[in-house]
Write a protein that binds this ligand. Sequence first.
Ligand SMILES: [Zn+2]
Length: 380
Amino acid sequence: MTSPQDPRDLIRQHDEEAQAVEDQAVAEVVGPLEAAFTALWRWVLRTWARLFGAPKSPAEGEPLRSLLDELVARIVGIGLDPVDALLANAQRARLLGADQGAREAGLPVLPDPGEVSDETKAAIERGVRWAQQKLETGAEELQALAEADLDEVLKRASVARQASAILTRTARTTFNAELNEGIRAAAKASGARLLWVAERDACVDCLAQSGQVIDWDGEFDPARTFGTKAHVFHGLLKGPPRHPNCRCRVTPWFGHDTEGAEGITHDWAEAIREAEERGDAVGAAAARRAAAAARASAAVDLPEVLRREAERSILNGYALPSESERVRARAANRLLSLIGDGKNSRSPSGWRVPASVKKRAERALSKGTFTTRSVPTGRK
Ligand SMILES: [Zn+2]
């Protein structure tokens, strides 16, 4: 059971909110391109049927040439210019991050989110150039065809269509980079540090970052991983996204404060006593519930909770279908060997792993049946 004051609840709520804005941003950037391709595909299918009949009947010569010329002209004519939309969405993400970070830090005012970073601007330019190259390559490959059936034509046209996937990835990655930059601005303004919060089904590299804390202007250690070797994209790791489609985020972190938690409880003790003196049983019960929630919230050692959650994800194989099961099996095996066999043996984060969790992983690994699975719903 998580109490409503679990700080992860607000972070998850912010993540969902950000994801919705991100989806909108992607639709805005990639939507027109996708619509153009859908229309193009329909045109090819119709025209092929009219000129050559069945999809399998091979075409060549002048009829094929004129179809391909028209197709290439349409691909080149798509006119790809999403830079402004990408930049605008990056700025929107930064503002959203500053707002969410301020709420997570309890800041009463919105901090200055700052301008989109040079890294993001460069990433946008790179992504758009790459997408444009795909359109050109697709067009060239189509032009080189001397004879073909419909499958072959569509296969080569699909190279151009990869532009859409590249733009989607660029939009998502730059959005998340700027969202986290906004949260960083909130941490700076509130004098907080930054805590990495991974999704429970994050990859072996990201799970190893979960629960790590840095100064607001610091860097995470890029070599950290539950796997054999961390992917290093560039030397520095200012924060998420760790890789394309990474859904990790940072949150402002003030430290684990049991004294503060006791202070809150003490104030509530006063309220409970007063209510009892008045004979107000309902008020006393409400104050008791509030005291428990306040204590739970302030006393949560969130970095430790996250590190433990990450280790649990490794042992349970919580992962996205896109991650290799072999990598996850190896990571679970490695973590088990670090935990060891003693009765009081602990995980690297200091957690006494329940025997049932350990046994399940050990059995699956020794039988070769260790598989990844999605995070159980209801307790994400
Ligand atoms: Zn991640």
